[in-house]
Design a protein around this ligand. Sequence first.
Ligand code: HEC
Ligand code: CU
Length: 482
Amino acid sequence: MQFVPAIMKASWLLAVVAACTTESHEAPRPAVTVQAPDVTSTPTSRPIIAQLTSAPEVPQRAWRQHPAHVVVELTVKEVVKPIAPGVTYTFWTYGGDVPGKFIRVRQGDEVEVHLKNDPSSKLPHNVDFHAVAGPGGGAVSTFTAPGHESRFTFRATRPGLYVYHCATAPVPMHVANGMYGLILVDPPEGYGRADHEYYVMQGELYTAGKYHAPGLQTFDMDKGIDERPTYVVFNGAEGSLVGDKAIHAKTGDRVRLYVGNGGPNLVSSFHVIGGIFDKVYPEAGLHPQEDVQTTLIPSGGAAIVEMTFDVPGTYSIVDHSLFRAFNQGAVAQIVVDGPSRNDLMTEKITDLRYDGNEPAEAAPAAQVADDDIGKATFGRICAACHQPQGQGIPGTFPPLAKSDYLASTAKATLIGHVLHGLQGPVTVNGTTYTGQMPPMAFLSDDEIAGALTFARASWGNQLDKVSPQEVGSVRGQTASKP
Ligand code: HEC
Ligand SMILES: [Cu+2]
């Protein structure tokens, strides 16, 4: 962007002088103008050192009602860090981590960039800010040899979330080695309230060794050119947002993710499994879209996504180009705590055997050996809920083993339960169950008789047989009822 440092410096000095003479650090605040954001007026407050954060943290929004002169200090470091357990890589970083530090300014701010290149670096580096509307995005102004520091200033004229990255030759190699990050330019009115804000950035790694090949890995230029990454990861390493490093929220919380894609090659199909984005600012542009399942994030692009969760549990963030998620590392997690919501989503209620035939066409009992039919039916149908040893599942499925209900209830009633289902409450051995057993009239008389007989004679139960005739008569009686 075109810039005249002398003018900037003069106004900056004036501002400091003004601040000193009024003995106040606060300049008078102009009224907020939402329709016409103040992006051209000269900052009137003292320079502010930007508070940068490492992913997944996001700096606080500046609640200033006026533009300011903001100093951004970035230090390039070449560091060895893990990609996955037992796999390391020499990353080139802005601030020691991948992605680079999150920078947050306000629309209209004058941003003074101090780019330091650590003396231990082997190569020169620079930075191209996509938030800069001007040739190279600052790349030429910030070209910095090891042990040097470059400074330049730009005006953040446009709001949005922008990628920054290294643009030193070979550029894609510098990006693939981790030299990318995000700068957020808040519009004066902000993006609205959120309970949590997180920084997530996708990127690829091209290593000489295969996926999970152990040891220090080197960069593979040919894989880069072929666009065949070894790893596709969020926040610089596989598992960087998984397990005890997962993102956390409570049900009902508004979660805003600032998502970037460093690339250098792939477009991300950004998706949260089990989640629907309430709002997406596609490509981090001005106009939000609502109720989105998956959003495309181009290489060198970003998106702002917002979501709320009603059902607690663990939600996986993936690139829905799924081999990347399952075979290259592109998985992160959001853990949502809160009371269960069976009204919105239940756990698995039934697991019935499906043999390819419709229930009415179930294999005739005669095909199964007579002495096995009870055990077989129990194992095939009843054990899914009541468990193989009839022990049930505490709180969910009552036991049949030593069940006082089974022992004290008339056979015809039990047959009726299996034929027509049973909806609680039902008390078994002192515990009351309020679940639901599905109707199983698709079973033959022999199967129901066999399963009940088997249950009544197993695991310590010593109850008499149930005959197919008894089942038939209950079925006949109830079938004729309306
Ligand atoms: C899909 C799960 C499921 C399947 C399959 C199932 N049941 Fe049940 N069963 C239940 C539930 C749940 C209850 C308790 C209902 C309630 O809470 O009101 C129950 C209750 C019972 C009871 C009375 C309570 C007790 O523990 O004595 C009997 C007897 C019974 N089932 C027998 C069977 C038999 C025999 C089969 C196989 C033919 C079977 N069930 C298959 C879920 C199932
Ligand atoms: Cu670089």
